[in-house]
Design a protein. Structure first.
Length: 302
């Protein structure tokens, strides 16, 4: 198992049969992606021995080093990369091509080494859709969706709701200007679906009987003392609450959802779902999320 944090300078040419995979970020020490991916690779190796030679590492790479890191990693034998803070947007000009849906999301979290160089994908939205299916046994399109936040994760969630055909989508953010910018960024791609930006939470989906899915895509909740980003009692209807935050596993928002008797879940399923989609892109195989899920839960408890 390759679970230590590497620096670029510590890496040498991989053996000819090895396929290198890695997550790049700064900081990266706390990433549990290696445990999640290596668990799935072990299952894949049980079906096809070539996956015994696929290894996933975490590599600390700062913004200033990213432009030289990508060609260097390709030369060393790396074929798949995940990106986390702060690289998801700054990498865009360094890529040879970008998947169409990732362009609309305005960020990539997955790179695949293809014949012309690194191609960027964004698997966060698919990860979210899969988590909603797994945790609530419903598709995104079965809901009117209220997205809290207007950063990168909120943009991926909003775009995925558009792709998946959600009837009504609303965004609520502390800074309303950022929410308006998010809406414009998505709509400028020829998407004409109405996306509302809310100033208050009263009756966001007036006249619709569909259940409401509240998605927390703010960073409020990352600290155990953080309050809930909204007062859930302002919403009416059949409410489901999804918090993208998975560490801590229980946030104030989820505590309030439970008190009100709503279905709720934290962001672990999204973390696993986006990882599974990345590995599918790299391997071309269907990936076992059970093993990834177990590894994620174990890694979180360590
Ligand atoms: P960004 O920094 O891009 O966006 C942060 C958002 O949180 C902004 O909308 C910001 O509002 C809002 N916010 C921050 N502090 C507060 C506050 N005190 N009160 C109200 N709103 C606040 O972060 P990301 O979009 O990258 O990530 C957002 C969350 O999603 C994080 O918690 C992250 O861990 C989680 N995430 C989970 C994933 C998963 O796989 N489960 C994947 C990706 C992200 P404003 O615009 O006003 O500053």
């Amino acid at each position: 198992m390759l679970e230590e944090t590497f620096l670029l300078d510590q890496l040498s040419l991989l053996p000819p049969h090895e396929v290198g995979l890695a997550v790049l970020g700064n900081p990266i020490k706390h990433s549990v992606s290696p445990q999640i991916h290596n668990a799935a690779l072990k299952v894949l190796a049980g079906m096809d021995s070539k996956f015994n030679h696929w290894n996933y590492r975490k590599i600390e790479v700062s913004s200033s080093v990213l432009p030289e890191a990508l060609p260097r990693l390709a030369k060393l034998g790396f074929r798949g990369i995940n990106l986390t803070i702060p690289h998801k947007v700054e990498v865009l000009p360094l890529l040879s091509s970008i998947d169409e849906q990732a362009k609309i999301m305005g960020a990539v979290n997955t790179l695949n080494f293809e014949k012309d160089g690194w191609k960027g994908y964004n698997t966060d939205g698919i990860g979210l859709a899969r988590a909603i299916k797994k945790d609530f046994d419903r598709a995104l399109k079965d809901f009117n969706v209220l997205i809290l936040g207007a950063g990168g994760a909120a943009r991926a969630a909003t775009a995925q709701c558009v792709f998946d055909g959600c009837k009504q989508i609303a965004i609520f953010n502390r800074s309303i200007n950022r929410a308006n910018e998010l809406r414009q960024a998505i709509r400028k791609n020829g998407i004409d679906q109405e996306i509302s930006v809310l100033e208050s939470l009263s009756d966001p989906f007036c006249g619709s009987d569909l259940p409401i899915l509240v998605i927390n895509a703010t960073s409020l909740g990352l600290s155990a003392e953080d309050p809930s980003p909204i007062n859930l009692s302002l919403l009416r209807g059949d409410i489901y609450v999804y918090d993208m935050i998975y560490n801590p596993s229980v946030t104030q928002l989820l505590i309030e959802a439970e008190k009100m008797g709503y279905r709720f879940s934290n962001g672990l399923g999204m973390l696993v779902g986006q990882a599974a989609r990345s590995l599918e892109i790299w391997s071309g195989k269907e990936v076992c999320t059970e093993s990834m899920n177990r590894a994620a839960v174990l890694a979180m408890s360590e």
